[in-house]
Design a protein around this ligand. Structure first.
Ligand code: DG2
Length: 246
């Protein structure tokens, strides 16, 4: 027997469209992102993958995507759980900055180090600055970061994986996780045992469900890498994410 997990990066956000580092800034979906989210739900329906429970971050681009996709799949009524632990990687002082400008200013190597290295975080965000979340009520009492590398995302996402997602999987529920490019990369790294160098080359497309069948004993994927419900669209969108900032 296997357990079914679906990972869904939100549809394109307004800041994805503008090529801005977003992180924990709570931006809306773009019009294209709204359509991607609805299509994500259609892909679930067509594949016969009907979520029984959904987990989201605390950011509206993931929350709205889950709502739109589940509505399209006629599963809008399922229970929902949300956690900051599924939030996007905190992009520190880069939040709100243009990806191309940062690449031009600091060069390819530094840009890629900040964007894709496993353990080098961007510079800390200044507390109280425009794109900082230190006064945001939704994080009150939580140990909110000032910048994160992927390793830090794993450190805070994995406790939630074990405490909240695994029990849902083990009760036989089809679990949808609606999250972000880098929080999903963290889960993929863990599930597929991807090494620290290889994960740098793995990108997640917006709005295309990634389905994993997990072995019931090990909770590891039966097929490494899972399966995108629209593989051709995923391949094109993955290339677009990889090329951001160029
Ligand atoms: C993007 C990811 O996060 O950007 O924070 O800018 O998935 O929430 O739109 P998302 C951001 P990259 O790490 O791919 O540059």
């Amino acid at each position: 027997m296997t357990y079914t997990l679906v990972l869904l990066r939100h549809g394109e956000s307004e800041w994805n469209a503008k090529n801005l580092f977003t992180g924990w800034v709570d931006v809306q979906l773009s019009e294209k992102g709204v359509e991607e989210a609805k299509r994500g739900g259609t892909l679930l329906t067509n594949a016969g993958v009907l979520p029984d429970v959904v987990h989201t971050s605390l950011l509206r681009r993931a929350i709205t995507t889950a709502n739109l996709a589940l509505d399209a799949a006629d599963r809008h009524w399922i229970p929902v759980k949300r956690s900051w632990r599924l939030n996007e990687r905190h992009y520190g002082a880069l939040q709100g900055k243009d990806k191309k400008q940062i690449r031009d200013e600091y060069g390819d190597d530094q840009f890629m180090l900040w964007r894709r290295s496993y353990d080098v975080p961007p510079p800390d965000i200044e507390l109280g600055s425009e794109f900082s979340q230190d006064a945001d009520a939704r994080y009150a009492g939580e140990p909110i970061p000032r910048a994160e590398a992927l390793t830090h995302v794993l450190d805070r996402a994995l406790p939630y994986w074990h405490s909240d997602i695994v029990p849902d999987l083990q009760s036989g529920k089809t679990v949808l996780v609606a999250a972000h490019g880098n929080s999903i990369r963290a889960i993929v790294k863990y599930l597929d045992d991807v090494d620290d160098a290889t994960i740098a080359g793995i990108n997640i497309p917006t709005g295309i469900p990634l389905r994993y069948e997990l072995d019931e004993d090990t909770l590891k994927p039966v097929t490494r890498g899972g399966e995108y419900l629209d593989p051709d669209a995923a391949a094109a969108a993955i290339a677009a994410v990889a090329n951001q900032g160029k």
